[in-house]
Write a protein that binds this ligand. Structure first.
Ligand code: IDP
Ligand code: MG
Length: 149
C-alpha cells in the first residue's frame, strides 16, 4: 500500500489548524498509520529538504520548518501520494484551488501550512526518515469496504 509523509508545518500548528488539516486527510479516506508531535532539528530539516539545499530559499525554509513544533504523519492508501497532494493544493497558496488546504487557508509560499511527499518512492523514504518501523501501526479500519472498492 502506498505511503506518504504529511507534515502540519509550524504555521499550521501555531494558527490552531492541526485538527482542520488532519481532518481533511481523514475525511478523504486516507488511513493514518503513524503520528507524532515534534520540533524538527536542523539536522532532520537538512535531510528532509536536502533536494532544496542549493535553492535561494533554503535557509529560510529550514528556519521556518524548525521554528516550532510540527505534526508528522504517515498516511496510507491507493495512490496516497497523489490524493494527498491534491488535497494540499499547489505549492503557492495563491495558485492553489479553493477547496484545498493551501487554497483555503494560506496566502504565501513560505507559509504554506503542509508538506506531502511528491512521489511514492519519496513517500517511503520520508516516512522512514521520520518513523522507526515499530512506530507505524498496522490496523484494520472498519470503514475500509466503504472507501476501497
Ligand atoms: P511542495 O511543498 O509543494 O512539495 P517544494 O517545491 O518541494 O513544494 O518546496 C518545498 C517547500 O519549500 C515549499 O512547500 C515551501 O514551504 C518552500 N518553498 C518552495 N519554493 C519557495 C520559494 O520560492 N520561496 C520560499 N519558500 C519556498
Ligand atoms: Mg516537495
Amino acid at each position: 500500500m502506498e505511503k506518504t509523509l504529511i507534515l502540519v508545518k509550524p504555521d499550521g500548528v501555531q494558527r490552531g489548524l492541526i485538527g482542520e488539516i488532519i481532518g481533511r486527510f481523514e475525511r478523504r479516506g486516507l488511513k493514518l498509520v503513524g503520528m507524532k508531535f515534534i520540533q524538527m532539528t536542523p539536522e532532520l530539516a537538512g535531510e528532509h529538504y536536502g533536494v532544496h539545499r542549493e535553492r535561494p530559499f533554503y535557509k529560510s525554509l529550514v528556519e521556518y520548518i524548525t521554528s516550532g513544533p510540527v505534526v508528522a504523519m504517515a498516511w496510507e492508501g491507493n495512490n496516497a501520494v497523489a490524493a494527498a497532494r491534491a488535497t494540499m493544493g499547489a505549492t503557492k497558496p495563491v495558485e492553489a484551488a479553493p477547496g484545498t488546504i493551501r487554497g483555503d487557508l494560506g496566502m504565501e509560499i513560505g507559509r504554506n501550512l503542509v508538506h506531502g511527499s511528491d512521489s511514492p518512492e519519496n513517500g517511503v523514504n520520508e516516512v522512514n526518515l521520520f518513523f522507526r518501523p515499530e512506530e507505524l501501526v498496522t490496523w484494520s479500519r472498519a470503514t475500509d469496504s466503504w472507501i476501497i472498492e
